[in-house]
Design a protein. Structure first.
Lengths: 217, 217, 217, 217
DNA sequence: TATGAATGAGGATTCATTCAT
DNA sequence: GATGAATGAATCCTCATTCAT
């Protein structure tokens, strides 16, 4: 019934909401704040998004759709390229995507730590997909003997922590490490680190002598 | 003026607050919720903790004090033990401490992602200390040639992501990976993973000739 | 200026409004509800009827005009027929008319219980006419010795209560008495009851001697 | 948990609500109106009654409890007195009770014409009881040959219409009939009318000759 | 005619806190 | 220590209406 036309005010509501949700969170932001920042009538938020919750949901799913799409894009090339290349590509895409949507990323990663029905839905809709694609890449990596045998679940968890950290804690990076998390240089450097991690931790190094192996259970 | 006696009601307020802050966050929890769960008069919260903010601050600093203390304990042994042993000890202690205080941990890690003066204070008070101890351990590790040369800042960031992940995202672990994050087995297994990471990624493998380096940056 | 053409949408607005006003009342119904049910743009309601109030006024006066007309029709025959016949005819017409316009009837009878200027206007415009016609019928009935002498005002009030009851309280009839108020049978049966009331209570029974009088008062 | 102490402000909220609900209805009255008239903080309404709905519910059930109690009191004497006496007593009590609670009566009688779950509950809780008591009285009246045989359902409906009319439509009485509905004289006079109705319509007059009998179905 | 964006006022409720007891 | 009444600000949302198109 309602057309999905992109009005100027709709857009500015979105922008304002992203910024405010980013710094103050969903519950810490009032619709008045948003409307004020967007220079728009408060009622429009309900009009466009069916209320504050609807707006948040819209933002989260928008972000996560793009997020998953990036991983999927890397996954698609799994038959043509090595698992390692795919994994690196996936990580690079995820980092770049999150960097492009830094504010949204922080909001989503934070909001996902709550216990709510919405979060549960998001888990089963988007994060399950993410896990699926990563699992496939790892499985193929194991099968092709590119990767060192490991528990997929635990490696994905570990990786997830590293992938979200820079976007969840930009202030920590800035205030404690005195590094500008917004500059692209930071992301590049951090991503390099992750590639190194893949190299040393994920991949099977042509075995020189004994290496302390860990059994996974 | 105010007596610091630990009354029963004070204790139950704390317990209720931890649980509610954990699942619904600071802004998502009302003092009435807390008082209701604690079966205590609402006014007592202001009376005990100087308001909701004071209560949250109390909980956060309590948690972080213990948190930093654990790392410090590991750091103390740096002259007597190897840097690697110290690092492993630090990580084990941090994981165990967070596991013991799971709910508080999630609350603090999440709350720290907001932009506020309180958070900034916490950064400079506690997280700087954390960074200091870890930095020292790494520095010594480098000096003793135990550790592979690396950027301390980036390695700490990466590590921080991995250390907080299981406590920040228990629901993700449960719903997507179908692993019980509350069982001690999980923490043990995850910590083992981190030790492996230290082994392969942090430590200097006795270098045989060339090691596959990562290109592009 | 405004054309009074009966468009399809105007008609459907009216229908939707009748239904919603009937069940939820004027204040309980929003123009968006009406527009939604009528599948019509919201603005049209203001356009057609000069706002929600105008719509309600239109419906009420429409109903009451027809209502009064029915009584008038019975009244017209007062010279040709007996007062009793006229009264019965009036009652039958009123009952039938209200039955045909059940939803509107409930709305109007309910809305008339509020204190407002609109209600006062309606009183002086329509209900005064109703009272006038009924009064005339009774007066003639008294004059012709058809009716037992009584206070016209009180008898009209009593009658009004009985005439509006089935339309004001259909739910009561349904849920408490388990009778279907919408079936025509009910109205017929109820009207028969009213005729009996006229027979026994209004009309002068051919007096045989003493009649048991009511004492105290 | 919450004590039912009768605060001054609670009382004044009740008084204000009765007046406003009476004239403007539930939906037409805002909590601000009520709080304003009661000279009380708005939040207190939610505090005391769990919101506007709770307040209305409280008022309605309070009224109806007393209402039903009156009828019950009359019903209790059914073994000791004649059915006719009981019926007259019931009607007198109901009229007096409603007169004492005029404003509440109008509100309740009006609100009961809506379709809602609350109304349905009230139907099954209170109005069913009312019907029960009246039915018993009529049944006994029939059995004792005091009353003319009739359909109980229809006679109760007819009676209900007459009993509620003066309280539902005081403005009509005032503006159209120019009678003061608030003066006790009016109620006495109207009640006398009802007693007459019982005499002539309900009771079995010692039959003189043929009388047009109506079969009930 | 018909539409959908936009508005400003007002809706009820919840909030954290205070205060007298 | 502990209570519950009370407050005023702030919460989100819905309202009927208007207006340019």
């Amino acid at each position: 019934m309602k057309q999905e036309r992109d009005t100027v005010s709709k857009r500015s509501v979105i922008q304002a909401a992203i910024q405010l949700f980013n710094t103050k969170g969903f519950n810490g932001t009032s619709v008045r704040d948003i409307a004020g920042k967007a220079e728009v009538n408060v009622a429009l938020i309900s009009y466009y998004f069916n209320g504050k919750k609807g707006l948040a949901e819209f933002l989260m799913t928008s972000f996560l759709e793009g997020y998953v799409k990036e991983i999927e894009a890397a996954y698609q090339q799994l038959d043509m390229k090595s698992a390692k290349t795919c994994l690196i590509d996936a990580i690079q895409r995820v980092m770049e995507y999150q960097h492009q949507n830094r504010q949204l990323a922080r909001f989503v990663h934070r909001e996902i730590t709550f216990d709510s029905v919405l979060v549960r839905e998001i888990m089963t809709t988007y994060l399950s997909k993410e896990k699926f694609y990563f699992s496939k890449i790892y499985e193929v990596g194991f099968a092709r003997k590119e990767f060192r045998p490991q528990s997929i679940d635990y490696i994905i968890m570990q990786m997830k922590g590293m992938l979200s950290m820079p976007f969840l804690h930009p202030q920590y990076i800035l205030e404690v490490h005195h590094i500008q998390p917004h500059e692209h240089y930071f992301i590049d450097r951090y991503t390099k680190q992750l590639k190194e991690w893949i190299e040393l931790y994920i991949c099977e190094t042509e075995s020189w002598g004994v290496r302390p192996l860990v059994m996974n259970g």
